[in-house]
Design a protein around this ligand. Structure first.
Ligand code: MN
Length: 264
């Protein structure tokens, strides 16, 4: 059976334009990997997000996509001057979805903002601004994390740690990746382990040590897989894990809508 993969999306509020949006690269990668993409719009606080519960019951996997900064209040910090745009409704919705996927054992892949949402949902924290907050170790060098090269082009290396799912997926200990982020994971959340770092020590990937498949990457594989097919493996693995999840669900499990608890 072809698994339904939920993709989160952004919300642009401007004068006359008021729309949800998602870069189609995410959708294309899920389709190329054999999944059925389902867009999950954040709802404003005026509506009860539990209304989307019946839609969530259909999902077998979750993709937390890239976007604007998380409000640092979610990891107990005041905003630094370099904090970018935030979206309170998207924060609330995605943190609830991520917590729910973690509790339920539903496969989840977080990309860019998505790794940050996954980490904060697990109780971890972020660097609000890598360039001003991260000092490279004496053995390392400063690294540019907001490239001006084309989006598909890898500009910095990441070391991938032995024994991680990421290592198993890519089959190598070093990858070159693209980089479009000014924030990054600071303290990994509960049961989250660091699985890749850049040369300046910045965390480029995490995964849960106890969940069947909860993986986050700081780079953008959805922009790279057409030029470098190895990056499709992340999406293919998400779809495989989603199939396995749906088999487990068919053998009995609580409807996801009943498990969805939204705070705030
Ligand atoms: Mn980077």
């Amino acid at each position: 059976m072809t698994p339904f993969i939920g993709l989160t999306c952004g919300w642009q509020r401007k004068d006359e334009t008021n729309r949800y949006y998602l870069n189609s690269n995410y959708v294309n990668a899920v389709v190329a990997a054999g999944g059925v993409p389902v867009l999950l719009p954040p709802l404003s606080k005026a509506y009860d997000p539990k209304r989307l519960g019946p839609l969530l019951d259909l999902l077998s996997g979750l993709l937390l996509t890239g976007g604007v900064d998380l409000d640092p209040v979610h990891y107990g910090e005041e905003p630094l001057p370099a904090l970018g745009q935030i979206d309170p409704d998207r924060d609330r919705w995605e943190l609830a979805l991520a917590k729910w996927a973690l509790v339920r054992g539903m496969p989840v892949l977080g990309i860019c903002r998505g790794i940050q949402v996954l980490n904060v949902a697990a109780g971890g924290s972020l660097y609000q601004d890598v360039a001003s907050q991260v000092q490279p170790p004496s053995s390392g060098t400063a690294v540019l994390h907001y490239q001006r090269a084309p989006e598909w082009y890898p500009t910095h290396a990441v070391q991938i740690y032995d024994g991680s799912r990421l290592r198993e997926i890519f089959g190598c200990d070093c990858l070159r990746v693209n980089s479009f982020h000014h924030q990054a994971v600071k303290m990994p959340g509960r049961d989250m382990v660091v699985t890749a770092r850049a040369a300046d020590g910045v965390i480029e990937a995490i995964e849960s040590a106890i969940h069947p498949f909860a993986v986050g990457v700081q780079w953008h594989p959805e922009c790279m897989w057409e030029a470098e097919p190895i990056f499709l493996r992340l999406f293919s693995r998400l779809v495989e894990e989603a199939k396995a999840f749906s088999v487990r669900q068919a053998r009995g499990g609580m409807p996801v809508s009943e498990a969805l608890a939204l705070g705030g």
